[in-house]
Design a protein around this ligand. Structure first.
Ligand code: SAM
Length: 396
């Protein structure tokens, strides 16, 4: 299942599994051809499931019959109590009808002596929070059935293998000792997405495996701020290297990473120093660059046209000079994912950084996605003026 901004989830899946192994079946779902899928590793995927059946139509009566038949067969000799949730996305059905399917199944199983607790549906689909709190998909007796209607009218029935751990994300965001509202902290989920967008590119071009324990991949964030990307990189098993112009931010990152090591009782490998990304000389090796660069000042209302040009040109200058400096220190093929600012006006139109259109002149090649366009990778909330535009690049 894809998140609030589906293109970003699709991009993440494509980078990790390859464009040809990801089939987008609707605006909400993609099918991935893989042996194993850990939903906790994907910031852009709120729920995941293993396909158990495909039906030629989206008729709820047929879907419901299929679910009841499949699970009465499967659970008729089950030892213990089952917790079940049903989530329907797309079929023309209301919460009561979805619930009814669960009740029919419960009654059938009762006859064979199997007890089932049904999670009430207030909507046709359970929220990821409900799925997570009930631990659905995490053990054999806690099951969520996901019904997804594809754009072509066919239906996929899948059994959840888990939902995003929203509690862990919130803790990693809010419990950190050092936060800075002005710098604007990146949500850990987005940091995870950006890491996947970059490291996915790395594993395709290199024989070095991203998580090999002897020699972990070095992820550089030259605008590290309070260290959210470094934190998520460490949790994914990489070595984290951060620099920032501000001495205060380096202290903040250090405090936050020490807190992380305590919290996870882990020995993490990180390196930090104060430096201007426009002329820093970074320590080698650098395997991957993941960074939320300078986004300019925050705005609570759209700026005047003159102000917008001023801020855009300033950011464009800083990020251009950063990319030039970086380019001279990384080897061809090095993958990057950087977040740069784009400004949203009242009509929903974006002003982009001019450097994006001529990025090849700076020596970087944008990744070509199979199912989406690089221009779709804009991350923002409804009330935000400054969006983060994700650039997935390779040093040429
Ligand atoms: C948008 S914030 C990054 C926030 C970060 N992702 C976090 O998790 O807190 C941008 C950061 O870039 C830093 N910065 C601005 N200009 C810089 C420059 N020329 N070189 C290095 N860092 C710079 C700022 O100090 C700030 O911490």
């Amino acid at each position: 299942m894809l998140g609030r901004q589906p293109a970003i989830g699709i991009a993440e899946l494509e980078m990790v599994f390859g464009g040809n192994n990801v089939k987008v079946i609707s605006s909400q779902f993609a099918v991935v051809d893989c042996d194993f899928f850990d939903v906790q590793k994907f910031g852009g995927v709120p729920k995941a499931g293993k396909i158990i059946a495909e039906l030629p139509s989206n008729n709820w009566f047929q879907i419901s019959q299929k679910i009841v038949k499949h699970y009465t067969d499967q659970w008729s000799t089950f030892d213990g109590k089952i917790t079940l949730g049903i989530s329907a996305y797309g079929p023309n059905v209301n919460a009561r009808e979805v619930q009814k399917t669960g009740i029919i199944l419960k009654q059938k199983l009762k006859k064979t002596g199997v007890s089932l607790r049904l999670i009430p549906n207030t909507e046709p689909a359970l929220s990821s929070a409900t799925s997570h709190h009930n631990k659905l998909g995490l053990s054999q007796n806690k099951v969520e059935i996901i019904v997804a209607v594809a754009s072509n009218g066919k239906t996929i029935i899948a059994e959840s293998t888990g939902s995003q751990n929203i509690t862990a994300y919130a803790n990693r965001d809010q419990e950190r000792p050092k936060r800075d509202a002005f710098v604007g902290m990146l949500p850990p989920k987005l940091a995870q997405i950006m890491l996947n967008l970059a490291v996915g590119g790395y594993s395709k071009i290199s024989s070095k495996t991203p998580c090999s324990s002897e020699q972990p991949l070095v992820v550089l964030d030259p605008f590290c701020g309070t260290g959210v990307i470094l934190q998520e990189a460490l949790l994914m098993g990489y070595s984290a290297y951060g620099s920032d112009l501000s001495e205060k931010m380096i202290r903040y990152s250090r405090d936050n990473l020490n807190w992380l090591a305590d919290k996870y009782h882990a020995q993490f490998d990180w390196y930090l120093h104060e430096d201007d990304a426009l002329n820093a000389k970074w320590r080698q090796p650098i395997d991957v660059i993941v960074s939320e660069t300078y986004l300019g000042q925050p705005f609570s209302a759209p700026p005047s046209p003159a102000k917008l040009v001023e801020v855009r040109d300033n950011c464009n200058h800083i990020i251009t000079e950063f990319l030039k400096n970086l380019g001279s220190q990384i080897t061809p093929g090095t993958p990057l994912c950087i977040a740069v600012p784009a400004w949203r006006d009242k009509t929903g139109q974006f002003t982009h950084l001019p450097l994006i259109a001529t990025i090849a002149r700076l020596g970087y090649k944008p990744h070509e996605f199979t199912n989406i366009s690089q221009n779709d990778l804009l991350y923002y909330r409804a009330d935000q003026i400054v969006a983060r535009e994700l650039l997935v690049l390779t040093r040429m």
